[in-house]
Design a protein around this ligand. Structure first.
Ligand code: CP
Ligand code: NVA
Length: 307
């Protein structure tokens, strides 16, 4: 089998994504039933972190162990990666000692250079541009609560960041719509988001209009990792882009609220929304585990006919 990477959402086709969601639900059900499932015995995942993480590290490490394999954690502080070893050299070495690699880093270009020099599959655990594993979990969560996402409307309120870009790619692959509202100066950059066109998203100056009638309202921090120097300016620019109870009222009656976490209550989301009845953020976080197990299995073993 030729090596498959998951560097951005559209690296997988709609058919493959449908398979992964179905597979994730099966793996989740087995796990909840305390059934041992070890398809990745003796396989090793290397996780490289150049930025902080709670969910991504935990879900990949626990997931790999639950599938019978093992996971090794590397970060830039105490490996040669932080001392200027070329990413191409690191990829050559790391991929000779492991079966699959997950990387969280800065520019997308870094992970692409790593993948180009890797003998094993590489998974994007977040870059400045994309966060594809997050949107796998988000869509799995939507499917569990509301059924297929095809034809539905997702409202994105706030920064056109890595999570937003990935929602937009997902809309193209899976055929749903995104209503985006960002403050002026923070609009979607189509090329950076890796989009084919404008057919699956619409931009709204007023965040309330973006949320109107939406099946899912979602947001993220105003300042992503790596952009901390802009924090003060962003606090001012994003002040009117908070998802609050009034905004959820104009969304569809049964609208869901999601946030990739970590969240800042009182900034991008009010406490009564994230802790309220529309919110599915804990299911969303948990589903990182289940959907990534399906992804690891798919990238290492291909399709399993068991579903
Ligand atoms: N949502 C997410 O990726 O969380 P972490 O930064 O904790 O991994
Ligand atoms: N957009 C956020 C997501 C964190 C999981 C960041 O990049 O910091």
């Amino acid at each position: 089998m030729s090596i498959r990477h998951f560097l951005q959402f559209n690296d997988l086709s709609r058919d493959e994504l449908d398979y992964i969601f179905e597979r994730a639900l099966w793996i989740k059900a087995q796990f909840k039933d305390y059934q041992q499932y070890w398809p990745l015995t003796d396989r090793t995942l290397v996780m490289i972190f150049e930025k902080a993480s709670t969910r991504t590290r935990l879900s990949f490490e626990a997931g790999m162990q639950q599938l019978g394999g093992s996971a090794i954690y590397l970060n830039t502080r105490d490996s040669q990666l932080g001392r200027g070893e070329p990413v191409e050299d690191a990829a050559q070495v790391i991929s000779r000692m492991s079966d699959i690699v997950m990387i969280r880093t800065f520019e997308q270009e870094i992970i692409e250079r790593f993948a180009a020099n890797s003998r094993v599959p590489v998974i994007n655990g977040l870059t400045n541009e994309y966060h594809p594993c997050q949107i796998l979990a988000d869509i799995l969560t939507f499917i569990e609560h509301r059924g297929p996402i095809q034809g539905k409307t997702v409202a994105w309120i706030g920064d056109s960041n890595n999570v937003c870009n990935t929602w937009l790619q997902a809309a193209e692959v899976l055929d749903f719509n995104v209503h985006v509202s960002t403050p002026p100066g923070y609009e979607v950059e189509q090329e950076r988001a890796g989009l084919y066109g404008h057919a699956h998203y619409e931009e709204f100056a007023d965040p309330m209009e973006a949320a109107r009638g939406a099946d899912l309202v979602t947001t993220d921090v105003w300042t992503s990792m790596g952009f901390e120097a802009e924090n003060e300016e962003r606090m001012r620019d994003f002040a009117d882009w908070q998802v609050d109870a009034d905004m959820m009222k104009v969304a569809a009656k049964d609208a869901l609220f999601m946030h990739c976490l970590p969240a800042h209550r009182g900034e991008e989301v009010s406490a009564d929304v994230i802790d309220g009845p529309h919110s599915v953020v804990w299911d969303e976080a948990e589903n990182r585990l289940h959907v990534q197990k399906a992804l690891l299995e798919f990238l290492l073993l291909g399709r399993i006919n068991k579903v």
